[in-house]
Design a protein around this ligand. Structure first.
Ligand SMILES: N[C@@H](CCC(=O)N[C@@H](CS)C(=O)NCC(=O)O)C(=O)O
Length: 272
């Protein structure tokens, strides 16, 4: 298996050559975590079916020697099952449950919140040959409006988003990685979603001092800077205006939701 330690991965790219799909991003991290070199098959949205020989119209897809594996989570399971002697993506049963929670929460917090705010950029950054397809399919996701109309006014919406990330900030103030002392697939999944955001965010979504930055920087630096493609935009530099909400709880990191019970007389009020 994996002749010469190489596995083929079909990429989903923008014109810059940068990966956009969060599912492909996490598969890149999964392959790197398992110690494989990646043979990348470049390409965009149009022609996935042809590139994969009719096997899939969605990506990621990997080929390990002659074995084709579809779907990012199936790929992660395949890698752990086939190569159990290499670092595990799901080191214990809880990691799978954490992945589900992180996926559900971050998808609704990030993808749903940011999709329309960057949807015209998403189109413009696509390969020229993909743009008609991207416009036609994505207009349906934004209520059949022109992408430019959906994106308009984002300067009023973007400052409302950063406070939504407080649960992740709190978690990361207590642990270096979502997976604990070392990153696991839940980190790679979450990093992949932020890398999707970095692939489209032509105006930054977070303030320069956002506490998530340390984890994001460490995550993007993993595996020789896997998340540092020059086509990616910085996530930091959102300019707030008077009246915008505080983007995160200052000096509140590490506080528990309720104080530790130290016996009678201990404070009981929830801390926010
Ligand atoms: N459950 C699949 C989802 C894959 C998926 O939806 N990929 C998207 C990119 S994020 C895709 O290939 N889209 C093709 C298209 O929009 O035409 C996985 O985890 O691999």
């Amino acid at each position: 298996m994996a002749r010469n330690n190489r596995i083929t991965l079909f990429d989903l790219q923008f014109a810059s050559g940068c990966t956009t799909s969060p599912y492909v991003w996490r598969t890149k991290y999964a392959l790197a975590h398992k110690g494989f070199d990646i043979d990348l098959v470049p390409g965009g949205f149009v022609g996935i079916l042809d590139r994969t020989g009719g096997r899939s119209d969605r990506l990621p897809v990997i080929v390990d020697d002659d074995r084709w594996v579809l779907d990012s989570v199936v790929i992660a399971d395949y890698l752990d099952e086939t190569y159990p002697e290499r670092p595990l993506l799901f080191p214990n049963p809880a990691s799978r449950a954490v992945l589900r929670f992180v996926d559900n929460w971050i998808w609704s917090t990030v993808i749903d919140a940011y999709f329309e705010n960057y949807i015209a950029d998403y189109h413009d950054l696509s390969l020229p040959g993909d743009q008609p397809y991207v416009r036609e399919t994505r207009e349906k996701f934004v209520g059949n409006r022109p992408l430019e109309v959906a994106q308009a006014g984002r300067e009023d919406r973007l400052p409302l988003m950063p406070p939504r990330f407080e649960p992740l900030r709190k978690l990361l103030s207590e642990t270096p990685w979502i997976g604990g002392d070392a990153p696991d697939y839940a980190d790679f999944s979450a990093l992949g979603i932020f890398l999707w955001l970095a692939s489209i965010a032509r105006t930054p979504p977070f303030t320069h001092d956002d506490p998530m930055r340390d984890w994001l920087d460490r995550g993007f630096d993993l595996f020789g800077g896997l998340g540092r493609h020059p086509g990616l935009n910085t996530l930091f530099g959102l300019q707030l205006r008077p009246g915008d909400p505080e983007p995160f709880v200052r000096n509140g990191l590490g506080q528990q939701v309720t104080p530790t019970n130290q016996g009678p007389g201990a404070p009981v009020e929830p801390q926010r």
